[in-house]
Write a new protein. Structure first.
Length: 217
């Protein structure tokens, strides 16, 4: 008399194959279900990183001394007035990143009502992570010709404390360093005849392809 094993023994290998396939399918489903959560956590990490660690730098400027605005020399033709101003400017940099930020050099112009009245070079500097630094520089010009009416308006606005100066600064990062892309900022200052203007916050403007060109010749 022959003995027959139960059918479960006959297809034991098949059951093991089915079980392995099921396990692979379960792992695949688990990974697919986990992907959205991993993506969400990665997104939150990047947001927290930029919010707490990689914040953009803050800039402000202060003109600590002014010379040459109140002593114009009349042009012989009578059509323009020549001034030779000089501005002692201090650039305040607040590095909110966790790592140092360096700039190899910079350029600056001071303008009034669209007329450039002075220009200068900003020396290279580095600011440690989560630290601040003051960078002094001189902006000056020799014999800037301005319309006489504009000079009269400038003198009047200085007396009543309504004169507006615009300081534009462009900083160049070190080649391959921590700030390789130029940074361009605009800072508006109000001043009067009695004292230099207070520190003014700068607006960092959007980067443009023409940043490679200098602010002045």
């Amino acid at each position: 008399m022959e003995l027959h094993l139960p059918s479960s023994y006959d297809d034991g290998g098949g059951c093991q194959k089915v079980s392995a396939a099921c396990n692979r399918e379960r792992r695949k489903i688990f990974i697919l279900n986990l992907l959205p959560e991993l993506t969400f956590f990665a997104f939150m990490f990047l947001c927290m990183y930029h919010a707490l660690y990689d914040l953009p730098s803050e800039f402000s400027v202060q003109i600590t001394a002014i010379r040459g605005l109140d002593a114009p020399a009349a042009d012989p033709a009578g059509a323009a007035t020549s001034i030779s101003p000089a501005f002692n400017v201090t650039l305040h940099v607040n590095n909110r990143r966790g790592t140092a930020r360096c700039y190899r050099r910079g350029e600056a112009v001071v303008s009034y009502e669209g007329f450039t009245v002075a220009s200068g070079h900003v020396p290279g500097f580095c600011v440690p992570g989560k630290a601040a630094r003051e960078v002094p520089f001189l902006a000056w010009a020799d014999g800037v010709g301005l319309p006489e009416l504009l000079c009269d308006r400038m003198a009047l606005e200085r007396r009543i404390g309504a004169m507006q100066l615009e300081v534009e600064v462009k900083l160049f990062g070190r080649d391959g360093g921590s700030a390789p892309t130029p940074t361009w900022m605009s800072c508006g200052l109000r001043m009067d005849e009695a004292q230099p203007p207070d520190t003014a916050h700068c607006t960092v403007l959007a980067l443009q392809s023409w940043f490679s060109q200098p602010l002045f010749g």
